[in-house]
Design a protein around this ligand. Sequence first.
Ligand SMILES: [Zn+2]
Ligand SMILES: [Zn+2]
Length: 123
Amino acid sequence: MILLEYFRKNNVCHHDKVTPEKDVAYCPNCGELIENQWYITRCSCCGVKLKAIIKNGEVVPEAHYCHNCGFKSFIVERVNKINFIDINYAVLVKAVIKPSVDEITQSWCDVGDAYNPKLIGNY
Ligand SMILES: [Zn+2]
Ligand SMILES: [Zn+2]
């Protein structure tokens, strides 16, 4: 409960209710359209997969050096369809999609006044 209060006060949503099974979904907590994006990192020298983590909002390898060749630099690769092998290396980024003006108009007409998720959490 302390965590929840903290998030509300700072108006930061971690989109925890958006499950990774869906590619794209609206967050029930903040109303943003969220795309689940999977990323892995690879050594830019030998190409071996390195376990990815998110640090300061960026996808980086967990290890500072490649465990295979000792090289320092890496590449970040987007995975379109996550599989059971890559999931051990991948990080999930919940990216907020900003729809175009046309799409906003359409979605707010559909949602109506009865249910406006943007109001939740704004006291
Ligand atoms: Zn959210
Ligand atoms: Zn390497």
